[in-house]
Design a binder for this molecule. Structure first.
Ligand code: RB5
Length: 149
């Protein structure tokens, strides 16, 4: 587990709220403290608000890692990645989850609530949390993410 203090934050729009509720229980059962950044119902809301909220908390160090979920995972990952220092990775399978931790030092996992099952999401989250960043040849590229744009 790459978390050192087991503090995470998770946010979604209405397209991801059911998966968010499920994953909060999944993470809490592992002893992880999870802040729920909303949304809190199935009424239509705007994913940029929640992506930005999670990303700002992670970049500020208020949480060590974040999860963002919308219907596809695309909009909310775009929103999270607008925050400098955020490295949000949209993962549809465990291979992507493993590689984005190893190569990108991903600090936010993005999921598509309408495209992964609860079981698939659990496996993706588990892999993402249990894979360490490799550093080395990847570090310069990770550093460039915050300077080239
Ligand atoms: C909301 O209907 C939907 O657009 C949103 O959840 C997400 O898929 C956007 O990328």
């Amino acid at each position: 587990m790459f978390l050192k203090t087991n503090k995470m934050i998770i946010g979604s729009d209405h397209g991801g709220v059911e998966l968010k509720t499920h994953l909060i229980k999944f993470l809490e059962a592992k002893g992880i403290v999870v802040e729920d950044a909303g949304c809190h119902g199935t009424a239509s809301v705007d994913y940029p608000e929640y992506g930005a909220k999670v990303a700002k908390a992670v970049v500020a160090g208020k949480a060590e890692a974040g999860i963002v979920i919308c219907g596809t995972g695309i909009g909310i990952s775009i929103a999270a990645n607008r925050v400098k220092g955020a490295r949000a990775s949209l993962c549809h399978n465990t291979t992507y989850a493993k590689l984005t931790r190893q190569h990108n030092d991903s600090n936010i996992l993005a999921l598509g609530g309408r495209f992964v099952s609860f079981n698939e999401a659990e496996a993706i989250v588990q892999t993402w949390l249990s894979t360490e960043y490799e550093g080395g040849r990847h570090q310069n590229r990770v550093d460039l993410l915050d300077t080239v744009a």
